[in-house]
Design a protein around this ligand. Structure first.
Ligand SMILES: [Zn+2]
Length: 388
């Protein structure tokens, strides 16, 4: 694979819709208003062109923005903060970045802790069980699908997994990676966004030593090269423009991928995968683009870090959203996919003595002394590629 130059920029900020009586939120509002002009410059050209279909000569172009955020891993400190008189409400935690999340045409989140709900007793590390309300909040802030093959998928056993799936179905949240039956697993999820059709698959390296119940391999998709290649082939036979993979892989707390991650990325992209959204390390790992031997471009985001979790310090409270602009050019008899831009917007999970969990743009967090790392540092970590 030859490395291709990565075209990346960053959206700087988003307008605030809700200001809740917490000092940082107020500061956020002031900061955000002053930065609004800058945002319009960067955001609008991209978004407005994505909705259009342009015809020039005999070729037709369509565009879609496909975005992903990292792990939603709810420790007790997070869900205790979300508790209210009606149950749990996580939506305020996303409010400072609500517009950022609403911008892409399609947004994927990795739901790492299984939302089996209070019926089974909510719990934290090491055997997580999250309130179901997190899924509703994700949906309300713009998440279009959740990936669910994670090392915590079986924390509450088959019962917990089925309880979560019940809820995904009840509120019509597409899920992929952990399934209720063989039939469910075999139903490849495809999505059509602005005339661009893609398949979404999701796999994990393992389930923390909890065995997958005998005869029920469908419960969680494990990383197995041959099985994955077969599923990618099946997805490609469904007339999709792209195959997108969510991979739970790599070593925890390492800011660069392992050789094994790079090897697997090579095998999968050479076998038809177009975009890989990675997670599990709890910290950000770089974005790398590749040219495959059949002439396609492939995009690998090695790790998106934690998007919402109770983990703190050493980069574990930094996450972000990656947005890949997908452009499809159709000519008689063939079509071609390109990625005119790949954007990364870093975020920071703020709390005050385990209260008032909020996800802020990193630039705001740095300016207000919530964290020492700047947006520039994190963006360059993501976009400068892998070390030689
Ligand atoms: Zn994990």
């Amino acid at each position: 694979m030859n490395q291709k130059r990565l075209m990346t920029g960053v959206f700087l900020c988003v307008p605030l819709l809700l200001v809740i009586g917490f000092l940082v939120n107020k500061q956020y509002a002031d900061w955000n208003t002053s930065a609004e002009g800058k945002q319009n410059e960067k955001l609008y050209p991209l978004l407005h062109t994505t909705k259009e279909v342009q015809a020039s000569g005999k070729s037709i172009k369509s565009n879609a923005t496909l975005a992903a955020i990292g792990d939603i891993l709810l420790h007790d400190t997070v869900y205790n903060d979300a508790k209210d008189e009606n149950g749990y409400n996580f939506t305020p935690m996303f409010s400072p970045i609500k517009d950022m999340l609403a911008a892409p045409d399609f947004l994927i989140a990795n739901q790492e802790s299984t939302p089996a709900g209070v019926e089974l007793g909510v719990s934290s590390y090491p055997l997580f069980n999250s309130p179901k309300e997190i899924v509703k909040s994700l949906q309300d802030v713009g998440v279009d699908a959740v990936t669910t093959a994670n090392n915590h998928s079986l924390d509450q056993g088959e019962k917990g997994l089925l309880s979560a799936i019940d809820y995904y179905e009840k509120i019509s949240m597409p899920y992929v990676g952990a399934f209720k039956s063989q039939e469910d697993k075999e139903r490849i999820r495809t999505f059509n966004v602005n005339g661009i059709k893609f398949a979404l698959l999701s796999y994990t390296y393992g389930t923390n030593g909890i065995p997958v119940p005998k005869g029920k391999d469908y419960l969680v998709n494990l990383i197995d090269e041959q099985n994955m290649i077969q599923e990618v082939k099946k997805a490609k036979s469904m007339n999709v423009d792209l195959v997108v993979l969510s991979l739970h892989w790599g070593n925890e707390y390492q800011r660069f991928p392992t050789e094994e991650q790079e090897r697997l990325a090579n095998v999968l992209t050479e076998n038809g995968v177009d975009i890989i959204f990675g997670h599990h390390p709890h910290v950000l790992q770089p974005i790398q683009t590749y040219k495959t031997s059949d002439g396609r471009d492939a995009v690998v985001i090695y790790s998106l870090g934690n998007f919402l979790s109770g983990q703190k310090d050493d980069f574990k409270d930094i996450g972000g959203m990656v947005t890949v602009q997908v452009e499809k050019t159709m000519k008689p008899g063939r079509s071609k996919i390109a990625y005119p831009s790949i954007e990364f917007q870093p975020t920071f999970v703020s709390e005050n003595h385990y209260n008032n969990y909020r996800i802020y743009p990193l630039e705001f967090a740095k300016k207000n002394g919530l964290i020492g790392y700047s947006e520039e540092e994190m963006v360059s970590h993501m976009v400068n590629g892998l070390p030689e």
